[in-house]
Design a protein around this ligand. Sequence first.
Ligand code: G6P
Length: 369
Amino acid sequence: EQIEKGGYDHFMLKEIYEQPSVIKDTYRGRLHANKGMIQMAGVEDNIDKFTNANRILIVACGTSWHAGLVAEYIFEEFSRIPVEVEYASEFRYRNPIIYPDDVVIAISQSGETADTLAAIKLAKEKGAFVFGVCNVVGSSISRETHAGAYTHAGPEIGVASTKAFTTQITVLTMMALRLAKAKGTMNTSDYQRYLLELELIPEKVEEALQTNEVAKMIASIYKSAPNCLYLGRGYNFPVALEGALKLKEISYIHAEGYPAAEMKHGPIALIDEHMPIVVIAPKQNHYDKVVSNIQEIKARSGKIIAVVTKGDTQVRALADHVIEIPDTAEALTPLLTTIPLQLLSYHIAVMRECNVDQPRNLAKSVTVE
Ligand code: G6P
């Protein structure tokens, strides 16, 4: 097992560090930035199904559901198709409305999650085209879907999902761009800019991994906190949910993710000098709004840990701690903002002497209800 961990203390840490290379694996044969092209066999073969779709329904559980939420923002923005993201467990039990021209995308690392599998069967019975985004080759979900795209993240052993999440987002982003091209919903220069920006993501993830030391230092300060709040807007709202889930899963600290603007409708009541609040605040649309959210937290003495774009000065002046990530296109920021949040929860869990790779009560894949 020590050899399999490749010199890392835990599988989770190894998998966090594998992200630059597995994202490249996910691109292989698909992303051709120099030719202005994205090619994904499962999408090409069914391009009409996608372009004629009136709606995309995404079904998933856990971290995969969070990747689905990121995809909702990306598909709607790039390809102008309405997207609904559903917990597979809720979807399957409420006689959902599914039209034959709906495309259902099922996201699953293991490809074995019972609720997701059942949701797929239901969608197929109702005549929808079902596309799988799975990591495990030959898994039940990959066999049960009409077509699909593998994430190529390699085996993920740590129960808390890390590289599976970022590669799911990578696949879904490429799909959204491919559809944008097919539907003409994005102009050529933006499309080309995104392709080039995607190519740079692995090296930017590498750079984001250099936040390890600062994440560790912040972990040492807040490791005993009983609660933690994660806030983000837009593309980074699902990242806030995922950051909170990661902390809950492996460190057993109660954490909640919220859209930053919703803070005033509840979570703000929790803020005092004992509450650490992770705010995802890269330079993008609504940056000023996030800055004002940070001011509101500061006025209530909350402890602010901000994830910002390199060179940021405005948030730095307000926050207790900043973690800098490289700049990229707004829609691609989740691939970078996620990284320090993974590291932060990892270090907190280690410092609390938790079983990082196999947290209590959790299973890597939930094959029963
Ligand atoms: C379990 C795992 C999570 C995972 C979820 C969905 O809860 O602990 O890490 O996100 O199942 O699994 P899937 O394999 O369908 O992505």
